[in-house]
Design a binder for this molecule. Structure first.
Ligand code: FAD
Length: 137
């Protein structure tokens, strides 16, 4: 079995104050589908940006990303930040953990001189740090 992790950033097409209902729909659909396909991970939303980490067998992760997530018109400017082989599934307790905006998570960006949350700016060497913070969040 070859385990794999894919992380991406994207932007909501709706403004922040109108996203709540979409987020519930997205998480509900994700949990149902991901459970059936042994996919794990975390979805973070903050200030108009999505950050998602998908973990599982490579075939399953590629499938959900290419045939569902990339086709979803509720977000745009999808940019893959990382796709690597992994030894273990970090988010193995969650078929899709939802991590809402949290000021404490901003610290990583503030540490790097950024005043707003912007997952597009995450460098490969900062991703694991961000994932660890989301894990504990
Ligand atoms: P439907 O619910 O009928 O939706 C079909 C299409 O219609 C959707 O792809 C979408 O483009 C569009 N749509 C649906 N509702 C709305 C709406 N309220 N406004 C505008 N357009 C709409 N799915 C997973 O299985 N696993 C994941 O981990 C996952 N993560 C996601 C992360 C993000 C950031 C987003 C935006 C979506 C994610 N999804 C995930 C959801 C997935 O992309 C869709 O929910 C799923 O493809 C819908 O499939 P469905 O067969 O239920 O179709």
């Amino acid at each position: 079995m070859s385990l794999y992790r894919l992380c991406y950033a994207s932007q909501s097409i709706k403004p922040d104050h109108l996203i709540r209902h979409d987020l519930m729909d997205i998480i509900n659909a994700a949990v149902v589908f991901n459970t059936e396909h042994h996919i794990f991970g975390v979805l973070y939303y903050g200030q108009g940006y999505f950050f998602q980490c998908l973990e599982g067998e490579k075939e399953q992760v590629d499938h959900v990303f290419q045939t569902r997530i990339q086709l979803d018109k509720r977000h745009q400017n999808i940019k893959v930040l990382d796709c690597v082989a992994i030894a273990d599934i970090q988010f193995n307790s969650w078929n899709m953990k939802f991590a809402p905006y949290e000021k404490a998570l901003m610290q990583l960006f503030e540490d790097h001189g950024k005043s707003t949350f912007n997952p597009y700016l995450l460098q490969p060497n900062q991703l694991q740090d961000f994932l660890n913070r989301l894990y504990l969040h």
